[in-house]
Design a protein around this ligand. Structure first.
Ligand code: TXA
Ligand code: MG
Length: 345
């Protein structure tokens, strides 16, 4: 494990970066921070290295990986055709939490693309991620650095919890900022389509390129998602999660009912709700403020993981409007809950 300075890693921590980069060049897997969540990186060009990612995470082989790059010029080696919308989106949001799905040139390992003719690419906005790739001189295939099914890691400690002993190392750059994964946008269609909501909102995308579609699978559970990873269970703590839709009194009575049934209740709420709930629940975690949903995004996975260190039998979470950052937050919460919702009548 290497601790690295976020302010100027190249200057302050070149020896550490060099060691981590050497492992990547030797086809090993190394976790590193990005602005969204920690990634588990491997040389995107090497079958052997990329296979190790799937092994360490226990990830299904049909779920493709995102290729991370440091410079736009690297794209020419990776993709066949760069539509104008993709150029506009890159100019507006890279480096940043936006992943573009483009026609693949077939140059990355076939395990990265899981047999698809497209490849997902993003340039992360994190000095440590960029410095590590710069030193390694490699594009890195990197999924979130959690065990498959668990909440994505927003700190090196989370990575350690899931992957200790299974990977070659962790570059520790502190807590990530955005807290939810990148927005995945398919740019191979006439109108770009959001396959996974994330750190860049639909509203922000539309301000740059006009109309943006949403994969129907995101709003209906009957549709097969175009992004293979979206069909799997995700982000789940050990205790079952239920989303509670209704007012404060309804949340309180839902808690009491479960407690009367002998259950220890965990509550995942906002600061606003916490201040009004009194002593409700057995464990109450506030993960941010309703007045700025980005604070919820930043802390959501840490809160979901924190329930695992408690003895709660059931977790109730409040819900959010599905606009702006709320779209990504609700997407992750619905997955964590396996779409279980308790509604006020
Ligand atoms: O913020 C992020 O995107 C983080 C950090 C580490 O960069 N990475 C991440 O990777 O979330 P992962 O593997 O957990 O999620 C990648 C998502 C999956 O839903 C996958 O199915 C989708 O991107 N994906 C990858 N390649 C694709 C492709 N060619 N077509 C459609 N979806 C693709
Ligand atoms: Mg993931």
């Amino acid at each position: 494990k290497w601790s690295v300075d976020n302010a100027d890693p190249m200057k302050m921590n070149y020896p550490q970066l060099k060691e981590a980069a050497a492992l990547l060049q030797q086809e090993e897997v190394v976790a590193f921070p990005t602005e969204t969540v920690y990634g588990l990186g491997a040389n995107a060009l090497s079958d052997q290295a990329v296979q190790k990612i799937f092994e360490a995470k226990g990830r299904p082989g049909d779920n493709p990986l995102i290729v991370h790059i440091t410079k736009k010029e690297q794209l020419t080696g990776l993709v066949d055709n760069l539509p104008q919308v993709a150029e506009k989106l890159m100019d507006a949001f890279w480096p940043g939490p936006l992943t573009l799905v483009l026609k693949s040139k077939g140059s990355v390992s076939r395990y990265v693309t899981a047999g698809l003719d497209t490849v997902a690419v993003r340039m992360p906005d994190h000095p440590v991620a960029l410095a590590l790739m710069e030193v390694a001189g490699l594009p890195l295939a990197a999924p979130s650095a959690n065990l498959s099914g668990k909440p994505s890691p927003t700190s090196a400690a989370h990575v350690d919890e899931d992957l200790n002993g299974k990977i070659a190392g962790i570059v520790d750059g502190g807590s990530t900022g955005v807290g939810l994964e990148s927005t995945v946008v398919d740019c191979t269609t006439e109108i770009p389509v959001i396959l996974r909501p994330g750190g860049v909102t639909k509203e922000q995308l539309e301000a740059v390129v006009g109309e943006v579609g949403v994969d129907p699978a995101l709003t209906s559970q009957d549709q097969a998602p175009k992004s293979p990873g979206m069909k799997y269970t995700h982000y789940a703590p050990v205790a079952p999660v239920f989303l509670v839709e209704g007012g404060l009194d309804f949340l309180k009575s839902t808690v009491h009912k479960a407690q009367n049934d002998g259950k220890k209740v965990g509550l995942l709420v906002t600061e606003e709700t916490k201040s009004q709930m009194g002593e409700a629940g057995d464990v109450m975690l506030a993960c941010g403020t309703r007045s700025d949903l980005s604070t919820i995004a930043t802390n959501l996975y840490d809160a979901l993981r924190a329930f695992n260190a408690t003895d709660v039998d059931i977790i109730f979470s409040e819900t959010f409007p599905k606009s702006g950052m709320g779209a990504a937050i609700m997407n992750r919460l619905e997955k964590a809950a396996g779409h279980k919702v308790i509604k006020e009548r």
